[in-house]
Every structure is written in C-alpha cells, then in structure tokens.
Write a protein that binds this ligand. Structure first.
Ligand code: ADP
Ligand code: ZN
Length: 729
C-alpha cells in the first residue's frame, strides 16, 4: 500500500503518546513526511513522540500551528497497524494515545545510530568498592558480555546513573558507541524438518495451505500434550517463511522461551528475534527496528509482541491459547488471544491457537463456524496419556501439618526405586500462605492490600502477592506483641520441599518456583539440569505445568486438586480442568508410561470426576450448557467496571450512582450488577469496587458503556477501569 506524502508546511494530524484525547495539528517539516511517520513534535516546552496519523483538521489559525521537529529514522507505521490500533482501542475502550504507547515501547527506537552509548564490564576493579558499585558489577557479570544502556544498567543495579558514570571514569565500566542494529539471520524453512506422522502431516498441510492463501483465518489446533502441536505449527511458520512473510509465536511464559528458541534453531537453522521483558533494551530496540524493516523473519515473544511494527505479518501462533497470562491486567486491559485475531484479520494473516485444553471461548468459535478445528488425537511415539486417579484424602492417614498422603508417598517411592522422576504440584508460591499468631489468632496481612502476607522462608521475608511488598519475618506478633507464637499455616511449595526431603532423605529434591531464582537465565539452566536427570523429585508451581519437557518424569502428584474450585467464579471449573490436565500431561512423555494422582477431599465433585475420566467433550458440553443458561461468555457479553480510590465511601457512592443511572445500558438490554467489593478489595492502599455489566452477544456493548461511563466525573483520586471480557465473573 502506498502511504500518502505531505509536503513541507502542509497540515498533518499527529497522534502522540500523551493523554491528550485527540490528534493534534502540526506543519509537515522540511522535506515533508509520509503518513505513519514517527516524529518528534513540540508540546508546550516539551518534545514528544508521535505518529503522523493523517491530514490535519485545520481547526486552528495556520500561522500559530507549530512544525514537526524531526522525522525519526525508522520505517513509518503501516496503515494496517493504524487500523489495528484504532480497532483495538475501540474494542477495549482505551484512548488511542494509550494504545500507541504499546506500539512504541522500544527504548531509543528512533535514535540515529552512533548517538547512543552502551555500557559493558570494564577492565579494572574500582580501588574503593561500595555496595552500589558492587551491584553494578554484579549485573554486568551475571549477563557476561551484554551491553546495557545507562538507564537500564542503573535500574537493574538499583543505583543512580551517576554511580555508573563514576565507574566509567575509573575504568570499571566501559562506555562505547552502540553498535549499528544488525538484521537477524534469515531462517531456512527447509533446514531441519521432522518426518511427521499421518495425523500431523494432514494438519500441517491444512495450515500451510491457509498461510499460502494470503487470507485471514483462525485455526484451533487441539491435541494432548506431546502430540506434536509444536511440530505442526512450525510447518505453518515454514509456509509463512516460504511466502516471504513474517511470523509471530506468542508464548505464555517467558521462562519457556529459552527451550523454545533452541527448538526453532533446530528446525530453521537460526535463532529468531525475541521480545519480552527479560530482553535487554539494546536488543529490544534492535528487534523493534528490524521487525519494521522486514529484517526479522520470526519473532518469539510475550503478548506485547503483537504491537511490534511488522512489515508483513502472515502468521500469529498463540501457544497454550487458554493461558490466563495472555490477559493483560494492568494499564490497557486486553487479551492477547483476541487481539491476535483482530491483528490478523486486518492483515490477511492466519492465526493458530494451540492448546491441549482450549478455552471455552475458542471452543464456541469453532462451534459457531468462525474457527477451523484441527485435532491431534494421540501422543507422538510410544508415549501415552498418563493414567489419572483421585486419592480420597478423607480416608488417608495423615497427621496435621503434613500433605503427602501415604498413597502418594508409596507411588513416589516406586519412582525412586525405578530411577524415574516425580513431580509434586502445588499452585502456591512461598513457604506458607498464612502466618498465624497462636496467642491472639491474628493473621499477618499486607498493610496496603486486602491480602495475607505469604511467608517466603528462602528469602526470609513475608511477601504480598498482590503488590509485591515484602517485610522481614517478625518474631513478635504485630497485633498482641507476644513473642515466638507466630506459626506457618498451610503449605506452599517451599514447605512441600521440606516435607518431601524429610520423607525421602536420600533423594535429590528440587523446588522450582520463580521466587528462587535471581534471573530467567539461572532458572533456565536449572530446568535444563532437571530435564537431564539432575533431580529425583521436582516440586513446583504453575511454572512447571507449562511446556517443560522432563523425559524421565513418570509421576505427577497434585497436592490439592480442590484449590482452584473454591470461590464463586464461573470460570473456576474451566481453569481447574485445564490446569489439572496440563499438569498431568507432564508425566510420561517418553517410553515410560505416566501416572497422575490427584489428592482431593471431594472426589465426587463433577469437575474432579471429569478430570479423572478425561472425558473432555462431556465436560465442555456441560460447562457450555451452564454458561449458556447464565448468559455469560462466551454466550453473552460481559464487562467489569472497577472503581478505585483511597476513600471506600466515595468509591461506593460512585458505584451506586452508576448502577442507578443505567439508561444507556438498558437501551441495549444490558443489566448492571453491583457495586460489590472487587475480587481483591484493596490493592496498594486503594479500595476497589466492581460493577458487572451483562449483555446479549449481539448488543453494541462498547458504545453503550462509553456513553454510560462518560456521564460520571471522576473527582479527586477516583479512577475507573473498564475491563471487556473480564477473567473472573
Ligand atoms: P506438543 O506441542 O503437542 O506438546 P511437541 O510438538 O512438543 O508436542 O512434541 C512432543 C515431543 O515429541 C517433542 O519432543 C517433539 O520433538 C517430538 N515429536 C513430535 N512429533 C514428532 C515427529 N513427527 N518426529 C519426531 N519427533 C516428534
Ligand atoms: Zn500488598
């Protein structure tokens, strides 16, 4: 598509990343500019980043309109990207300028080469070592050889930039011109393909043909863990490379990217570009620019990689599409799975949603004929799905303060004798979820959130899992001041580690939890070590449920299968079903058959029975029927409106007023529920109240919500966040 060009002095409308609520007029600079150009414009005394969005409106006195200061040396934003951002803003009810922020999150993306400096480990030790200096050296050593920007290095070390500058003078840190961004190597679609099974080959052919068509389409690729979904969608990536277009693979967890990059390299001969929070700023800038130039064929990344400026995006894979971490819960509230479909639809691109346990949303879209469905029925090679059974905890003989039942213990003993691995799964970080004073009954809670502080014995601190605040583990009850009466109640993974080690003193027990590692790199090394057989028993949280390959693992023991079923959330059954199936899928990936044991106090619960029976179709149709009857997603539409503020009374008053003045919603047949305390009623000192809005599938919900919300002025510190398709309801 040809982008229109504006001559010097012509009025252009510039969308900035500032919350101005509209596009501003400027004069095109000397030499003119193209629509989509990234520019710097003056705003008051400041210089801000923007994009030439189209012709100017001409509402102002021409003489007073200021000029664009500089056109950045990057590829202009393509018109399909502008369309995508506009649609995404409309869908999520987010101001367009905030949407643009997501698309410009590459530090220094527009700086000319040579104007930037980067910092590496220098040649000499500083003669006087301080804590701050040591912190800088630690960062540089940990990431051996990598170069950082000044701000990045200072932030990572937790010191001021002057500390780094001082170390440059001493020679302890070296400062050099940033290298020119180099293109990523070309990936070769014919490098290392595997011979596919008949099932896999059939699926791969369908996807390859879809990609080659150059048209939009979405496919749900369903198959049990280990059935070869990855092998199949990599063939879609190959087809995309052959068509000369770019492919994006989204992963739910950055801890998995290392293993995945190796796999891409084995298949295509080169490593792809990588985009997530664990990538250095220098590398992020390179990725952003090269993607825009078409010099990065494949990007592997987190959800925000959807907002990179692809030159020609032909395929988006969303791996583990049901994963809740695709929902961004901060700032712009969006679900990457839905945004991927939106992005692809405007781009003539294909979407592949891969999962062993698809979301009910995707399931319903297949039913409605919107998505194609491909299924891989069996595991690859001799591996079969593990045998699943429930352990009825009511009839197990277990002293209090212990969680491994005799039945599970016996199964683990057997694995040790056979030289196989066991996984003990508990979806709870830390040592114990509750710290209770045995003298007064007080439970230690976060000062700023409606949440208990969780003991992290490894860090020797209490931590709030809502806001991340930590404090040293007290010895005296903060409530009654009695000494030495605080005790840990309930298990977390760290505590399970202790119990298991005590049960099997000679076994190599490893706790795998994100809290125990200083960096993604350290964790990756550890995971590789475990996969190679460096542990007998692995104890882990959700982190291990996702995609790691442990070939020697033949037993999965779930400590508390009932954990996710508590509470009133309508999605609880779906989540528990998905998580349990996924965890169980970790067992028996190679020759040795696997077994999964679920400890439960309610073996007759419909969800637990469905998990054990493995009857997915039955589970999903029961679940679908229930949601249909309730008129909730995916069979109806919902939005959550979270109001927050420092004064709980004010927040509730606003909520009540909104619930009362609901004319705009009633006109489309929508209903309002609430106000009620939000699922987490206080975070970082702010009280949170939620309203839920429910509408028919076909109702113009966003429009009505916008009209409704606009009636209310947000005074003082009151804030409103609208969450379309909330995760819990
Ligand atoms: P999924 O993504 O469904 O969990 P994978 O694609 O990761 O499954 O496959 C599971 C394992 O089986 C991987 O180690 C993969 O390399 C291997 N595998 C799958 N299909 C084949 C094949 N056709 N030839 C060789 N190895 C395969
Ligand atoms: Zn907190």
């Amino acid at each position: 598509m040809v982008q229109s060009h504006f001559n010097e002095g012509e009025l252009v409308g510039v969308l900035t990343t500032q919350p101005l609520g509209r596009v501003l007029d400027y004069k095109a600079p000397q030499g003119g500019c193209f629509a989509g150009a990234f520019v710097e414009v003056p705003l008051g005394p400041r210089k801000i980043l923007g994009v030439v969005w189209g012709p100017g409106a001409g509402d102002y006195d021409y003489a007073k309109v200021r000029s664009v200061m500089r056109v950045l040396d990057v590829a202009p934003m393509r018109s399909e990207m502008q369309t995508f951002l506009t649609r995404a803003a409309d869908y999520t009810l987010t101001p367009l300028d905030q949407m643009l922020r997501l698309a410009t999150r590459a530090p220094g993306m527009g700086d000319a080469p040579g104007t930037r400096k980067v910092y590496r480990l220098g040649t000499s030790e500083p003669s006087r070592m301080t804590d701050a200096r040591r912190a800088v050296l630690d960062v540089l050593r940990e990431y051996g050889g990598l170069a950082f920007t000044l701000k990045e290095l200072a932030e990572m070390a937790g010191v001021g930039t002057t500390v780094v500058k001082g170390m440059v003078k001493l020679g302890a840190v070296s400062e050099e011109d940033a290298p020119r961004d180099t293109p990523y190597p070309k990936l070769d679609p014919d490098y290392g393909g595997k011979e596919l099974t008949a099932d896999q080959a059939a699926g791969a052919a369908v996807l390859a043909e879809a990609v080659a068509s150059g048209a939009y389409g979405t496919t749900l690729l369903k198959g049990v863990t280990g059935s070869g979904k990855t092998e199949v969608y990599l063939e879609a990536v190959a087809a995309c490379l052959r068509a000369g277009r770019q492919a994006l693979v989204l992963l739910p967890e950055i801890a998995l990217t290392g293993e995945f990059l190796d796999r891409i390299e084995a298949r295509f001969g080169q490593r792809p570009a990588e985009w997530h929070s664990g990538v250095t700023q220098t590398e992020r800038r390179r990725c952003w620019r090269m993607v825009g130039q078409g010099d990065a064929d494949v990007v592997v990344g987190a959800r925000s990689a959807l907002f990179l400026p692809y030159r020609d995006l032909g395929l988006i894979v969303v791996d583990e599409e049901h994963d809740t971490s695709y929902k961004q819960e901060d700032g712009v509230l969006y679900n990457a799975r839905d945004m991927a479909v939106l992005r692809a639809a405007g781009n003539g691109a294909q979407v592949v949603l891969a999962s062993a346990t698809p979301s009910l949303e995707s399931w319903a879209n297949v039913e409605a004929g919107k998505y194609r469905r491909l299924e891989l029925k069996s595991r690859f090679g001799p591996a079969v799905m593990p045998k699943m059974s429930a352990i009825d905890m009511r009839s197990e003989d277990l002293p209090s303060g212990h969680w491994v039942s005799p039945s599970l213990r016996a199964a683990m003993q057997l694995r040790i004798e056979r030289g196989e691995q066991s996984l003990v799964f508990l979806n709870r970080r830390g040592y114990a979820p509750v710290t209770l004073c045995r003298a007064c009954g007080h439970q230690i809670a976060c000062d700023d959130c409606d949440a208990r502080m969780v003991e992290h014995r490894f860090l020797k601190r209490l931590m709030c899992h809502q806001c991340g605040a930590t404090k040293p583990m007290p010895t005296v009850c903060p409530h009654c001041a009695v000494e030495d009466k605080l005790s840990a109640v309930g298990p977390g993974v760290e505590r399970m580690g202790e119990e298991v080690q005590a049960l099997f003193p000679d076994a190599r027990v490893v706790v795998l939890s994100s809290d125990l590692y200083g960096s993604a790199r350290a964790m990756k090394a550890h995971i590789a070590d475990i996969a190679a057989g460096g542990a007998d028993i692995v104890i882990g949280t959700q982190l291990v449920a996702k995609g790691h390959n442990f070939p020697k693992l033949t037993l999965v023991g779930v400590i508390d299968a009932d954990l996710g079923l508590q509470g009133s959330d309508l999605r609880a059954a779906e989540r528990t079903f998905q998580l349990m199936r996924q965890v169980a899928g970790r067992a028996g990936r190679a020759e040795a058959p696997g077994e999964a044991l679920l400890q439960t106090y309610q073996p007759e619960h419909a969800v637990i029975r469905a998990i054990v029976a493995g009857d997915e179709e039955a589970f999903w149709s029961a679940e679908a029927a229930e949601r249909k009857a309730a008129g909730v997603p995916p069979y109806g539409r919902m939005a959550g409106i979270v109001l927050s503020g420092g004064d709980v009374q004010q927040v509730f008053e606003l909520g009540t007023a909104m619930a009362r003045q609901d004319g705009a919603l009633r006109r489309i047949g929508a209903q309002v529920f609430g106000p009620a305390p939000a699922p987490i009623a206080r975070i970082r000192g702010r009280h949170r109240v939620r309203l839920l809005v429910k509408a028919d599938k076909a109702a113009p919900l966003q429009q009505a919500l916008a009209e409704w919300a606009a009636q209310f002025k947000l005074r003082g510190d009151l804030r409103m966040a609208i969450d379309i398709d909330p995760q819990s309801f």
